[in-house]
Design a protein around this ligand. Sequence first.
Ligand code: GAP
Length: 509
Amino acid sequence: MSDVQFKQIVSHAKEYGFVFPSSEIYDGLSAVYDYGPNGVLLKNNIKEYWWKHMVQLHENIVGLDSAVFMHPRVWKASGHVDAFHDPLIDNKDSKKRYRADNLIEEHIAKIEAKIEKEVKKARKRFKENFDEAKFLAESPRVQKYRTQIEEIQSRLSNALKENNLKELKQIIIDLEIADPVSGSRNWTDVKQFNLMFETQMGATEQSASSLYLRPETAQGIFINFNNVLKTSRVKIPFGIAQIGKAFRNEIIARQFIFRMREFEQMEMQFFVRPGEEMKWYDVWKEKRLQWHLSLGFDASLYRYHDHDQLAHYANAAADIEFRFPFGFKELEGIHSRTDFDLSRHESFSGKKLRYFDPETQKSYVPYVIETSIGLDRMFLAVLSASYAEETLPDGSTRTVLRIPAILSPVKAAVLPLVKKDGLPEIAREIFDDLKWDFQTIYDDKDAIGRRYRRQDAIGTPFAVTIDHQTKEDGTVTLRHRDSMQQERIHKNELKNILKNTLNLKTWLG
Ligand code: GAP
């Protein structure tokens, strides 16, 4: 998908009430977005699809909704006060600010693009005799590029590991990286920038104490570990799932709702016996990919990326990456967080956060496997994989969102062919019946073709048209969004067809 198409998706999202820039009448607020009438429906459906999979379908996972505000020591214990930062660098000429590691990664991506170009050229030259694997292994140019990439990656990874900001700048200088906007190489030193938003709680300045807006929902789960253990009948291994807002003062926030300053996470912490974490890490890596695949998008849109460089709390980590319009990027993280968080909260709070295992008769701090997905990122993944512009056999075009029906904002549109002859009355009756079970739209404005297009554009899987024949035999036309095929069915069959299509078991079973 090209950049142009990404821009079209962004403007489609706005035009059809999915996503609006925040505070637009005041010229917007950078990297903050609002969800419109269709957006909130899609977002809620994604949440529900995740929540039902996690909490309803797993006997050993319970839910939680913890507060955004937490005691400030939570973030000291979690390591976020000291280690949750990004290395930033300013260009002195353009006054633009960048993440130093991103500038280097973008340079690596450019070298990768050169390799792809070599492959393309060779494919053209050798045609059907082309052996890509052999070419990649033997081409001296490709080898040269690969060595360059490896060298840069190793320097970058060491610099980040050692928190060596001087070396980060040196890499930028050595690679002659220029400001993408101005082309200038006039860089400041690299500084660390903490991503947490700080705010005050309290009535007066003197009595107020500093708080952070949570940068992840996970800590709310850890600090409620004892509460959940005491009040639910969970036994190890068990999970606690939560959906909620998180806030990060991202240095650069681009690419629409991909990287926001206020966003929502769907996280699950799975508590296991120490020593069993790798087994469960593999289980959750696979389960989460299956959840994504259950939506029916092409499997080639997803891939794993195993981390070499681990966060301060992890002993293994992988991303499920999704092919967004701007390339493969992280959609979800699966992390083996060891006993880091619970142990740190034990020592900072002085309270025991342990599990007494009736099988082993031992008490221990459980290890944790975390699955963490950004709801807004998932929304963008669904939107971009669903968006299609099609030329129809009659030469006309349509824009359609092929959203999986289970997630579609509206499930059915009820459309009387004309606004007379008693058709609206029958259509209303059908609408009033369907609305109890499904998000349904009643639309009698414009020609029927235009109404179909409107529903295609918001991803409504079914359109029900009431015409003069309905008056005679109770049948309606059911139009399917993706195939555009129409079938004649009795109006009494509608509910069952919708129920079968939206049956959770057929999606997640
Ligand atoms: N508790 C672990 C954690 O927060 P993370 O990799 O920093 O890990 C998890 O974030 C997920 O949250 C990411 O995979 C991404 O989907 C989403 N996410 C992170 N930062 C985001 C941002 N600025 N805007 C939107 N989504 C974001």
